[in-house]
Design a protein around this ligand. Structure first.
Ligand SMILES: Nc1c(NC[C@H](O)[C@H](O)[C@H](O)CO)[nH]c(=O)[nH]c1=O
Ligand SMILES: CC(=O)[C@@H](O)COP(=O)(O)O
Length: 168
């Protein structure tokens, strides 16, 4: 189903576990920050709406989407003295097609990198990366007419944190 037929901000709290006991890490790319800040806001607000505690949400910034993999890998190894390991990580980026093939390599690199972290690591890493043809498509998906992919990612993070807890 294309995003055009599925608003990214829609969720039913009755189908989502309470997030009050979960710890979340969010790694945010600074490239296209007019978009990534909107995605961050959507994710943060949805986590809080579903019961997460503000002190249990850790944010790190990285220069661009390609660095999200390293940021998530380092964050997954970080022990938070006051709360222990994280329960889920969300990586937030926005890649927009330019004049060259660089778009393809950044998108492929982050996709494979995050996939590998999910296969090899113990903490689920949620892929909140827009890979758009133009800025308008990114605007539409970061709080515009198609909703907010950050919201969608937050719900996925809660559900995967619950799955991880249930399958220990
Ligand atoms: N063009 C975009 C980039 N490019 C930068 C890379 O992500 C990376 O930071 C650089 O190659 C150094 O390693 N990043 C985005 O997030 N979005 C873009 O549209
Ligand atoms: C995704 C990118 O790296 C891209 O926006 C860079 O633009 P260009 O391909 O014109 O150098």
């Amino acid at each position: 189903m294309a995003t055009a037929n599925h608003n990214l901000s829609n969720y039913d709290k009755a189908t989502i576990p309470n997030a009050k006991d979960f710890r979340f890490g969010i790694v945010v790319s600074e490239w296209n920050d007019n978009i990534t800040e909107g995605l961050w806001q959507g994710a943060f607000e949805a986590l809080i709406d579903c019961g997460a505690i503000k002190q249990n949400i850790v944010r790190w910034n990285v220069p661009g989407t390609f660095e999200l993999t390293y940021g998530a890998a380092r964050m997954s190894k970080s022990i938070y003295a006051d709360s222990g390991m994280l329960d889920a990580i969300i990586v937030i980026g926005c890649v927009i097609q330019g004049e060259t093939k660089h778009f393809d390599f950044v998108c492929e690199g982050v996709t494979q990198g995050i996939k590998d972290l999910n296969l090899k690591g113990d903490i689920p890493v949620i892929f909140c990366v827009l890979t758009d043809n133009n800025m308008q498509q990114s605007i539409d998906r970061s709080g515009g007419k198609h909703g907010n992919k950050g919201t969608e990612a937050a719900i996925a993070a809660i559900k995967m944190a619950a799955l991880r807890k249930e399958t220990v």
